[in-house]
Every structure is written in structure tokens, then in C-alpha cells.
Design a protein around this ligand. Structure first.
Ligand code: GUN
Ligand code: ZN
Length: 441
């Protein structure tokens, strides 16, 4: 991080609250704006006419034309070891796990295998404008070490955890309640709170953990306040039926996690498609969050996420790519599918709500909205520059838009990694689309 003041001028958008609640008051948009960053943190944001005269003579102002500057994207659910199985054909969740996921994950106990893959994964995130993510490793502590080592080098705010899985998985991918506790504990001690890194206690999902292991997960959360909890919930109908067979004493799927002390404001549940009202209510009461993973939910045929219900019950929702069940690292492509899912439900996902979900909404879902997610003074200056002319088709379509709302919607419909011109981490350039080396992997 450079200890200087820098200024970035262009079209700027960021959110102050949820547009579904506050509509016009929920965002700030400056057609000709300036973002001022000092020592990696946001100093101020506003109209160029107001801010430029206040800057010292030696402050360099970088101009961004034909684009939109906004906070970096937040991905609230993704698996780094699944990068290489994106687009694996033909199965729904449980068979997909057996056929594709478990074999690929079994390789991550080898640091030499894991390291370049962690590097490639983090590079993909930045290439797609994602500056913070909640990330699954594998059952191997080595996978998490490889991930955090690289994330620390890039100075990105990242959350990761070792999978806890002590049944219903291949032998080479299972731990035990005790070993998962000890290994997670050692990783928490080593990485949680180091620089911008956080640890997430990560039981894979109810079917692959015994009650004893889930108790151990709860114990870790009690022993280490501030640590995250990350798992899957109610994604697929067969999975839900399996959970009710495995835990007959529990009232519903969420109750399995609840009975083991796994619900809190730093708990993130991926999917949550097939929930009943009392589950939404309990998520809301405990300030737990859901991660909406549209490309995955369509690709694996899991179902249509009920965003309206989550809003009605006041449940925090972030957006997840869920790579490799999901089919893209791009939050723009994820929003493209998010819109279509709501269409199939007879609901409208507005462009404002979409970009809220991808930025401040995700930060709130992760309980990190005091640090990232918008340009409030003092926040960490992770931001991106989106290019309105990133493809010929987008350029031509943008010529036929009349305001920022229409442009935002076109960004989600036609945008992808080509649309992310630059990504900044704490005010420093971390990805430049026009000066990119080819990946070594
Ligand atoms: N449920 C349990 N494990 C997984 C996984 O790896 N991906 C998805 N999408 N769902 C899961
Ligand atoms: Zn997942």
C-alpha cells in the first residue's frame, strides 16, 4: 500500500443501503465524480467540481473515461479447488459431488499442487473485479495454507477455511471430529486476523458431518469469536430428504446447524432454496446470511432462489458464484442469471438491487460492511473500473441507453471479465486488463 493521496476521476456509483428498502436514498451516483484515497483508505467521494479544488497540488488525478467506478465485488460463496471442474456435464448435486468434485479435491493435500491453483484462482477473482470472497478450501489444511499465503501477498481481504467432513465421502477426503477440530484450531491461530485475512469454520454440509463434528464446529466458534461459519443449506431436494433421514430429531435442515450452535451474524449459508418460513425467521433472528448462487442453481438444476422471501424476513443476502457448481467467476454474469431466476419466479430484480448485492449487500452479508462495500470515508479502497465499451455489442447497446439505470442493467446482461478494465486493492492497481500476462497454470 502506498502512503500517498491519490484521486480517481470518472463516473462513480456506490451504495449506502439496500435499494429494496430505501430506493433513491440508497445510492450515490456522480456523473463526473472523484474518489480520493489516502494510505489505502477512502478519504472522500463526491462531485469533481466540489473535490478537485480541495486537493493539494501534488495529488495525481487519474481520469477514467467511458466507464464506471464502483466498489470491488464481494463473492459470498466460492470453492477455490473446483476451478478446474467448471462445466462438468450432466449431474445434479449429490452425483456431481461424487463424480467430479471429490476426485479433484483429493489432490489438494499436496502443497505443490495447491499453490499455483490458489494463485490462479485469486488472479481470476481480481480479473473479474472481485476483491473479497468467502472461500471453501478442501479437507486438507495445506489447501488453506496455500490460499492464505497467496492472498496475504496480494493484500486482499479474504475469508477461507478447511472443510470439515467426517462421513459420507471417500476415505482420502475425510477427517474425524477431533482432527478437524485440531486442524481448524491451528489454522485459526495461524491465519485469522493476520493482515486482511479471516478464518471460516467450514463444515461442508450436514450429510458429511456427524453430530459430534458439528458440535466441534460450534465449539470453535465459541472459542474464537469473530471467526466465520460457512456451509451449504437446502440446495437440492434429494439432499434435503437425506438430511431429514440423517437427523430425524431436527425440525428442519437449518435446525441441524442451529442445534449445534452454528447460527450467528458471521454465519453464511450457501443456497437456501428450499426453506420454510420458520427457517427464514430463524436466519433473520440470528442475523445469519444466505448466499444466492444463480449460475450454480441453474447449472446443477437445484431450484429458484426466493429473494423476495429473504427480503420479507429481513435476511441478509449476498451473491455467490459457487465455482465450480457455478459456471462463472464474473459477478456480472452471476447477476445476469440472478435476474432470469427472478423472472421465472414472476419477480423483478432491479439493476440497483443487483449492484447492491454484488457490493455493499455482500459486505453486509459477511458482516464486513464496516470495512468494505462502499466509499464511506475510512473504508478500505478496494474498487473497480467497468468499461461501457468492453465489446462491440456492449458499445452499440450502450449507445441506446438513456440513463445510469439502463447502463447498469446492460452491464449485467452483456458484461463479463472483459468488462473489468481495472481492479484496485487498497488504492493500488492489482489488475489491468490491458496489461495482462498469460497465466502459468
Ligand atoms: N454441497 C456440499 N458440497 C457442495 C459443493 O461443493 N458445491 C455445492 N454447490 N454444493 C455442495
Ligand atoms: Zn458451494
Amino acid at each position: 500500500m502506498s502512503n500517498t493521496t491519490k484521486a480517481f476521476r470518472g463516473e462513480i456509483l456506490h451504495f449506502l443501503s439496500d435499494p429494496a428498502k430505501d430506493n433513491e436514498q440508497s445510492y450515490q451516483y456522480f456523473e463526473d465524480g472523484v474518489l480520493v484515497v489516502k494510505d489505502g483508505l477512502v478519504e472522500t467521494v463526491g462531485l469533481a467540481n466540489d473535490i478537485l479544488p480541495t486537493l493539494a497540488d501534488d495529488v495525481v488525478v487519474k481520469q477514467h473515461d467511458n466507464g464506471l467506478l464502483m466498489p470491488g465485488f464481494v463473492d459470498t460463496h466460492i470453492h477455490y479447488p473446483q476451478t478446474e471442474i467448471i462445466g462438468s456435464y450432466g449431474e445434479q448435486l449429490l452425483e456431481w459431488l461424487e463424480t467430479y468434485t471429490f476426485p479433484t479435491e483429493s489432490q489438494f493435500g499436496d502443497t505443490y499442487f495447491a499453490k499455483p491453483r490458489a494463485q490462479f484462482f485469486l488472479d481470476q477473482l481480481l480479473t473479474n473485479g472481485t476483491t473479497t470472497a468467502l472461500v471453501f478450501g478442501t479437507v486438507h489444511p495445506e489447501s488453506v495454507d496455500a490460499f492464505f499465503t497467496q492472498a496475504e501477498e496480494l493484500n486482499v481481504r479474504m475469508i477461507c477455511g478447511k472443510v470439515m467432513m467426517d462421513r459420507n465421502a471417500p476415505d482420502n477426503l475425510t477427517d474425524t471430529a477431533e482432527s478437524s477440530y485440531e486442524e481448524s484450531k491451528a489454522l485459526i491461530e495461524k491465519w485469522h486476523g493476520k493482515g486482511r485475512l479471516h478464518y471460516a469454520v467450514t463444515p461442508r454440509f450436514a450429510p458429511t458431518s456427524t453430530s459430534e463434528q458439528l458440535h466441534k464446529a460450534g465449539q470453535l466458534l465459541e472459542e474464537y469469536p469473530g471467526v466465520f461459519m460457512h456451509t451449504h443449506l437446502s440446495e437440492n431436494k434429494n439432499e434435503c430428504a437425506w438430511v431429514s433421514d440423517l437427523f430425524p430429531e431436527c425440525e428442519n435442515y437449518l435446525d441441524v446447524y442451529d442445534k449445534h450452535g452454528l447460527l450467528s451474524k458471521r454465519s453464511v449459508f450457501a443456497h437456501g432454496i428450499h426453506l420454510c418460513d420458520s427457517e427464514y425467521q430463524r436466519l433473520s433472528d440470528t442475523d445469519s446470511s444466505l448466499s444466492y448462487c444463480p449460475t450454480s442453481n441453474l447449472f446443477l438444476g437445484s431450484g429458484l432462489f426466493n429473494l423476495k422471501k429473504a427480503e420479507e424476513f429481513n435476511v441478509d443476502v449476498g451473491l455467490g458464484t459457487d465455482v465450480g457448481g457455478g459456471t462463472s467467476f464474473s459477478q456480472l454474469q452471476t447477476l445476469n442469471e440472478a435476474y432470469k431466476i427472478q423472472q421465472l419466479r414472476g419477480e423483478k430484480l432491479t439493476a440497483l438491487k443487483s449492484f447492491y448485492l454484488a457490493t455493499l449487500g455482500g459486505a453486509s452479508a459477511l458482516d464486513l460492511d464496516d470495512k468494505i462495500g462502499n466509499f464511506t470515508p475510512g473504508k478500505e479502497a478496494d474498487f473497480i473500473v467497468l468499461d461501457y465499451k468492453s465489446t462491440d455489442l456492449m458499445r452499440v447497446r450502450m449507445n441506446n441507453t438513456k440513463d445510469i439505470l439502463e447502463r447498469l442493467f446492460v452491464l449485467t446482461t452483456l458484461g463479463d471479465d472483459r468488462t473489468v478494465r481495472e481492479t484496485y486493492v487498497m488504492g493500488d492497481l492489482a489488475h489491468d486488463r490491458n496489461n495482462k500476462k498469460t497465466s502459468a497454470l
